[in-house]
Ligand binder design. Structure first.
Ligand SMILES: [Zn+2]
Length: 159
C-alpha cells in the first residue's frame, strides 16, 4: 500500500488585473456610487451584468449603461467544500461556503457571487437575494460581501 504524504503550503501570489473601459466604469460606479451598471444591447435589448463590450447574441457593440438593482434571483448554486484561494483577498476562504449564479433585477445575465447561507437545505433555485455591501468600498466585486435572502424570508420560503 502506498502511503500518501500531505504537505501543507500556502503560496503568496500577487498580480495586477487590467481592465478595459467598460469594466473600469462598472467598478468605478460600484466603488464611488454603490451602483451596479450593466450594458444594454442596442439591437436585442439584452442587459449584461457584469458588462461586456459585445453582445453574445447578435455581436452588436454595447455602449448604453443601465442601472441594475442589487437584488436578484438565484439561478444556480453550489456549496464549496474544498478550500481555494479567494482571488479577491489572496487568502484561503473558509469552507464550506455558498456560491450562486444570481440574475440581478434588470439584468438578463447572471453574476457569480457568494451567498450568506452555506446550508444547501436552506437554498433553492428561484430564491430572492439581496446584496450585502461592505461598509468601505475598495473597487472590487468583493465590495459586495455576499448575497443574503431578502426581507427576512427563510431561504426555504417561496417568494
Ligand atoms: Zn444583442
Amino acid at each position: 500500500m502506498t502511503e500518501l504524504l500531505r504537505v501543507s503550503h500556502t503560496m503568496t501570489l500577487s498580480w495586477r488585473y487590467g481592465t478595459s473601459w467598460y469594466f473600469a466604469e462598472f467598478i468605478r460606479a460600484l466603488r464611488d456610487e454603490r451602483r451596479l451598471l450593466g450594458l444594454r444591447c442596442p439591437v436585442c435589448r439584452r442587459v449584461y451584468l457584469p458588462p461586456r463590450v459585445v453582445c453574445g447574441n447578435c455581436y452588436a457593440e454595447l455602449s448604453e449603461w443601465v442601472e441594475v438593482k442589487d437584488s436578484g434571483t438565484v439561478r444556480a448554486f453550489t456549496i464549496v467544500h474544498i478550500p481555494i484561494v479567494d482571488p479577491t483577498s489572496g487568502q484561503p476562504r473558509p469552507t464550506p461556503y455558498g456560491m450562486a449564479l444570481i440574475q440581478l433585477d434588470g439584468a438578463d445575465t447572471t453574476l457569480n457571487h457568494y451567498l450568506a447561507e452555506n446550508n444547501p437545505a436552506k437554498l433553492r433555485i428561484g430564491m430572492r437575494v439581496q446584496a450585502v455591501w461592505r461598509e468601505e468600498r475598495r473597487g472590487t466585486l468583493s465590495d459586495i460581501v455576499h448575497f443574503a435572502a431578502m426581507n427576512n424570508q427563510t431561504m426555504n420560503d417561496e417568494q
